[in-house]
Design a protein around this ligand. Structure first.
Ligand SMILES: Nc1ncnc2c1ncn2[C@@H]1O[C@H](COP(=O)(O)OP(=O)(O)OP(=O)(O)O)[C@@H](O)[C@H]1O
Ligand SMILES: C=C(C)CCOP(=O)(O)O
Length: 258
């Protein structure tokens, strides 16, 4: 059994979430370099959409289900996030990391916004071949709603459970979850304090259709309750991704069950 790491790097790190389809190439290059530095075993990499998806999903109302308007938005949304995925895979290749895309639009179905089925065989075969599968949030067909947006955060939880990950991290553009009254990082979220923390969580400061920090922590709490803890850390801070991957101390917020 391999020691698998599931890591999501947020769209807020890789793109400018306030300007449609605007990448941050220097951040993409640094993230790829740090993945090369820190990589030691199996890794499933997931990235958020940032401005390559959230703007399009909002414009076409993709969270409202399938209708005449949203059907026209599936391709532009998928195309945008796929372009970001290409940039990340190319940056990884430049750093000597073998990586291949897995696009949820073609590999998953949803039921009322939650993953109903996903073809994980291809991911397992990539891992067996020492290839890093690179997935992303996407527009995905839904058995109930017709279409919905699948967040990278939900993918993290699903894949960590299915593939029995040993370590799960979410890198974003803040130092962890802030106690909004004090602006201190909350070091640990557990079933014991989730109710008081819930009120401190809100959406994203950029354009976002999947719930920002609130959506993230609700997903990760579900994972923690299934016995898999995770860590939210600042992936914009140089060195944190490499540290997270190679087992060094990477400060942030831990989410764990009792
Ligand atoms: N209590 C909180 N502590 C920290 N950040 C918070 C909190 N509440 C809301 N946020 C917001 O959540 C944002 C992070 O969520 P967001 O979904 O934008 O990140 P991401 O995962 O990097 O992006 P993407 O969804 O595009 O992948 C922060 O930049 C901040 O604006
Ligand atoms: C908006 C799209 C296409 C996916 C959203 O995924 P996230 O950025 O991980 O929340």
């Amino acid at each position: 059994m391999r020691d698998l790491v599931v890591l999501k790097v947020g769209g807020s790190v890789l793109t400018d979430k306030n300007k449609s389809s605007t990448a941050r190439p220097e951040q993409i290059a640094r993230v790829a370099r740090e993945i090369h530095e820190g990589l030691s075993g199996g890794l499933v990499l997931i990235h958020g959409a940032g401005s390559f998806g959230h703007h399009q999903a909002k414009e076409y109302g993709l969270k409202n289900g399938l209708n005449e308007k949203s059907i026209k938005g599936i391709w532009p949304t998928h195309y945008a996030v796929k372009s970001l995925n290409n940039m990340i895979i190319e940056a990884l290749a430049k750093n000597g990391v073998n990586a291949l895309p897995v696009h949820p639009l073609s590999a998953c179905t949803l039921k009322d916004g939650r993953i109903d089925s996903m073809c994980t065989d291809v991911i397992e075969l990539m891992l067996d071949a020492n290839v890093v599968p690179v997935l992303h949030g996407d527009a995905v067909l839904d058995r109930e709603k017709g279409i919905d947006i699948l967040s990278g955060d939900q993918l993290v939880v699903y894949l960590a459970r299915e593939l029995r990950a040993k370590k799960v991290g979410i890198g974003t553009n803040v130092d962890g979850v802030y106690d909004v009254k004090e602006f201190n990082v909350i070091r640990e979220i557990t079933p014991g304090n989730i109710e008081s923390v819930r009120g401190m969580l809100s959406g994203s400061s950029g354009v976002d259709v999947t719930g920002g920090m609130y959506g993230k922590i609700m997903e990760l709490m579900e994972l923690a309750n299934a016995g898999i803890p995770s860590q939210v850390f600042n992936a914009e801070k140089e060195g944190n991704i490499a540290r997270f991957l190679n087992g060094g101390v990477c400060e942030g917020t831990s989410i764990r069950g009792e």
